[in-house]
Design a protein around this ligand. Structure first.
Ligand code: NAD
Ligand code: UGA
Length: 454
C-alpha cells in the first residue's frame, strides 16, 4: 500500500513516521509546499523538536518513509491520502477571529481531484469543523470521472512534547466513515493500518460527523479543565486556599480524575483556542447562542488568567516595571517543544514591553520562534541562551514554561546577581517556593499565598 500525507507539520511528520515504523511493508510519503521543511525532515536537524522523534525518523527514512515537494506525482501514486494541512483561525471576512480558515484544506482537495487517476481513500487528519467531510466529498466528486473517492475522518489526539509516546500508545484511535459498502471498506483499510500496533479495542469507529465533532469536543473539554482550575486559582489567592491542594483533593475523585488540573499562566498551543473558537462559531451558525456563549467563556477565562498574571506582577513591583529588567524563563507553550504558537508568554511579553519593562527571554528550544513572534518589537526585547545571563541585573524572573532545566538552576547564584528586592513569579507552580523564599526571593505563584519579605 502507498500512503501519502499532505502537510509535513507537527502532526503530519510524527504521525507518518510512526506509521512507517510500525508498518514496514507500507510505503509512506509526506509532501509539503514548504521546501525548507521538507529538506529539514531529511536532515539531522528536524523542523520540529519532539523527544524521540529523531530516532523514529532515522529508523525509516529512505526505507519506507520519504519526504518530497512533488505533491502532484505523490497524489497520483497514492492509495490512501491523509490531509494534515494547517487549519488556522480565519483572520478576514465572515467569521474572522473564530471560524476555521479552510483555504489550505480546500486547495489540497482540488489538487487531489486534479491528479488522481485511480480510486483513493482520503483521510481528514487536520482538525476541521463538523461536516467538512461532506464538502470535501462534494469537491472530489465534482470531476465527473470514473475515479472514486471515499472520505474518512481520523482526527489526531497527540499532544506536543509527548507526541511519540502518544502515537506509540494512544488512548484511542478514532475513525469516522460512512455506513455504505465503500465506506465500510475504507474504514476497514484504515483500521488495518493502525492494527499493526494499536490494540483493536482501542480503535473506535463512528459516523463521520461524530468523529469530526469528537476532536473539537476533546480539546474543548481539556481546555475547560485548565480554565476551571485557573478560575479557582484566583479565588485561592483571595482566600488563602492553595490551588495545588484543591487540585489534589478534587482529582482523587475518580469521577473527576487527576490529569489536566495544573493551574498555570494559561493554556497555549496552536489548537485549544482555535478549536474552541471554531466550536463557538459552529454553534452560532446553528443558532445555538447559549451553547456558543458557554464555550466562549473557556477562552475568555484563559485571556483573563494571562492579564491577571501581568497585573499581579505590576502590583507586586510597586505599580511600575518601567526600565526594569524582567527575565522570562521559557517561551514555548509547554515543556519539551520548541512550539510557541499561542504561548501565554507572547501576550505577557507584549504587555510587559507596553509597560516599558526590559524583557529578556530564555528558552532551551524556542528562542528562534520567540524572535519571529516578537519581531515587530525589535530591540525592545532581548533573547538570551544562558538563563544566568538573562537573570543578571533583573528585578524579576517570570517562569512561563515548566521546562525541567529551570527546577535545577543555581538560584543562589541567580539571586546574588539580581536587583533587590528580587521577585520570582512562578506561572507554572513548578519551582521550590520555600527554598527560593529562604534565599531571599519574594515568591508569587498561581493560586497560592505569596511568600514575601516585604
Ligand atoms: P503545521 O502548520 O505544523 O503543518 C501544516 C503543514 O501543511 C505546513 O507545513 C504547510 O506548509 C503544509 N501545507 C499547507 N497547505 C499545503 C498544501 N496545499 N500542500 C502541501 N502542504 C501544505 O500544522 P500542524 O500543527 O501539523 O496541524 C495540522 C492540523 O492538525 C491542524 O488542523 C491542527 O488543528 C491539527 N492537530 C494539530 C496538533 C498539534 O499538536 N500540532 C494535534 C492534533 C491535531
Ligand atoms: C492538545 C491536546 O492535549 C491533544 O490531545 C490535541 O491533539 C492537541 O491539543 C491538538 O489538537 O493540537 P497540546 O496543545 O500539544 O495538545 O498540549 P497539552 O498538553 O494539551 O497542553 C495545552 C496547554 O495547556 C499548554 O499550554 C499547557 O501548559 C496547558 N496546561 C495543560 C495547563 O496549563 N494545565 C494543565 O493541567 C494541562
Amino acid at each position: 500500500m502507498n500512503i501519502l500525507c499532505i502537510g509535513a507539520g507537527y502532526v503530519g511528520g510524527p504521525t507518518m513516521a510512526m506509521i512507517a515504523l510500525k508498518c514496514p511493508a507500507v510505503k509512506v510519503t509526506v509532501v509539503d509546499i514548504n521546501a525548507a521543511r521538507i529538506a529539514a525532515w531529511q536532515s539531522d536537524t528536524l523542523p520540529i523538536y519532539e523527544p524521540g522523534l529523531q530516532e523514529v525518523v532515522s529508523a525509516c527514512l529512505g526505507r519506507n518513509l520519504f519526504f518530497s515537494t512533488d505533491v502532484d506525482s505523490a497524489i497520483a501514486a497514492a492509495d490512501m491520502i491523509f490531509v494534515s494541512v494547517n487549519t488556522p483561525t480565519k483572520t478576514f471576512g465572515q467569521g474572522a477571529g473564530r471560524a476555521a480558515d479552510l483555504q489550505y484544506w480546500e486547495k489540497t482537495a482540488r489538487q487531489i481531484l486534479a491528479n488522481s487517476k485511480s480510486d483513493k481513500i482520503v483521510v481528514e487528519k487536520s482538525t476541521l469543523p463538523v461536516r467538512t467531510a461532506a464538502a470535501m466529498q462534494r469537491i472530489l466528486d465534482s470531476g465527473g470521472g470514473d475515479v472514486k473517492f471515499e472520505v474518512l475522518s481520523n482526527p489526531e489526539f497527540l499532544a506536543e512534547g509527548t507526541a511519540i509516546k502518544d502515537l506509540q500508545n494512544p488512548d484511542r484511535v478514532l475513525i469516522g466513515g460512512h455506513d455504505t459498502d465503500a465506506g465500510r471498506r475504507a474504514v476497514a483499510a484504515l483500521v488495518g493500518v493502525y492494527a499493526h500496533w494499536v490494540p483493536r479495542e482501542r480503535i473506535l469507529t463512528s459516523n463521520v460527523w461524530s468523529s469530526e465533532l469528537s476532536k473539537l469536543a476533546a480539546n474543548a473539554f481539556l481546555a475547560q479543565r485548565v480554565s476551571s482550575i485557573n478560575a479557582l486559582s484566583a479565588l485561592c489567592e483571595a482566600t488563602e486556599a492553595d490551588v495545588s491542594e484543591v487540585s489534589r483533593a478534587i482529582g482523587m475523585d475518580s469521577r473527576i480524575g487527576a490529569k489536566f488540573l495544573n493551574a498555570s499562566v494559561g493554556f497555549g498551543g496552536s489548537c485549544f483556542k482555535k478549536d474552541i473558537l471554531n466550536l463557538v462559531y459552529l454553534c452560532e451558525t446553528y443558532g445555538l447562542t447559549e451553547v456558543a456563549a458557554y464555550w466562549q467563556q473557556v477562552v475568555s477565562m484563559n485571556d483573563y488568567q494571562q492579564d491577571r498574571f501581568v497585573r499581579n506582577m505590576l502590583g507586586r513591583m510597586f505599580n511600575t516595571v518601567s526600565g526594569k529588567r524582567i527575565a522570562l524563563f521559557g517561551f514555548a507553550f509547554k515543556k519539551d517543544t520548541g512550539d510557541t504558537r499561542e504561548s501565554p508568554a507572547i501576550r505577557i511579553a507584549r504587555q510587559l514591553v507596553e509597560e516599558r519593562a526590559q524583557v529578556v527571554i530564555h528558552d532551551p528550544k524556542a528562542l528562534a520562534n520567540a524572535k519571529v513572534d516578537l519581531r515587530d518589537l525589535g530591540d525592545l526585547v532581548q533573547y538570551e541562551p544562558d538563563p544566568y545571563v538573562a537573570a543578571e541585573g533583573a528585578h524579576a524572573i517570570a517562569l512561563m514554561t515548566e521546562w525541567d532545566c529551570y527546577a535545577t538552576l543555581d538560584y543562589q547564584r541567580i539571586y546574588d546577581r539580581m536587583m533587590k528586592p528580587a521577585s520570582l513569579f512562578d506561572g507554572r507552580n513548578r519551582l521550590d517556593h520555600a527554598a527560593l523564599y529562604k534565599l531571599g526571593f519574594n515568591v508569587y505563584c498561581i493560586g497560592k499565598t505569596a511568600l514575601s519579605h516585604l
